[in-house]
Design a protein around this ligand. Structure first.
Ligand code: SIN
Ligand code: MN
Length: 209
């Protein structure tokens, strides 16, 4: 495993500053272009009618926030077909997963945009195929722009959580026995984005369906 990797728990590996500043800036621009592209970023309404505070754009497959299932068109929003994952993005996830000891073929990328006031409640990512979850095939998270206070817990919602600051260029792998840990984003740290990025934060989570 590369020396910059921190194993926080079995299957939970943080690669700090994995992406070079120039790569981060390029990715930031790619995210902005995707967000404002023909299939734009939007604000999901989830089951129960609550609007999320993050902007979302799914690539590869669309996560439907009303049914908690994946689909090929955005049937809960505008019916548009889901854009593909750019191969250069997917390779970031494949290589980080490999360095953490996992094999994955990402076919979903959820791009979230956090303004300075956005949050993501504590949740488990368990809408992928049961086989994927059972095999512990990881989720790979890439952070860009402003730093975030991310919290990670256990396999039960009642388990205590620990904070981790995720900064621009960090890559977090959650796989194996950590694949189903509860996690969330409690706050964005305004003004912390490196030059050429921000305000706000993009997070990309790569998943295998
Ligand atoms: C997520 O939990 O799906 C996103 C996490 C993050 O924004 O760091
Ligand atoms: Mn998640």
């Amino acid at each position: 495993m590369p020396s910059s990797a921190t194993v926080l728990a079995p299957g939970l590996v943080l690669f700090q500053s994995r992406l070079a500043p120039s790569v981060q800036r390029e990715l930031w621009q790619t995210c902005r272009a995707l967000a404002g592209g023909p299939v734009p970023m939007y604000t999901p309404t989830v089951r129960g009618g609550r609007k999320m505070s993050v902007g979302m754009l799914c690539l590869g497959k669309h996560w439907n926030g009303l049914t908690y299932t994946y689909e090929d068109t955005r049937s809960d929003y505008d019916g548009l077909a889901v854009p593909p994952i750019p191969p250069a993005l997917a390779s970031i996830a494949v290589s980080a997963a490999a360095d953490a000891g996992f094999t994955m073929q990402p076919d979903i990328c959820i791009m979230n945009f956090y303004s300075e006031t956005a949050r993501l409640g504590v949740h488990q990512d368990k809408d992928e195929r049961p086989e994927t979850l059972a095999a512990g095939i990881p989720i790979v998270s890439v952070s860009l722009g402003d730093a975030a206070r991310f919290v990670i817990g256990g396999l039960s919602r009642r388990d205590p959580t620990s904070p981790i600051i995720l900064r621009s260029g960090d890559v977090l792998v959650m796989g194996g026995p950590s694949r189903l840990r509860f996690h969330g984003v409690t706050r964005i740290l305004p003004g912390t984005a490196p030059e050429g990025m921000g305000p706000g934060r993009f997070n990309l989570t790569f998943r295998q369906w």
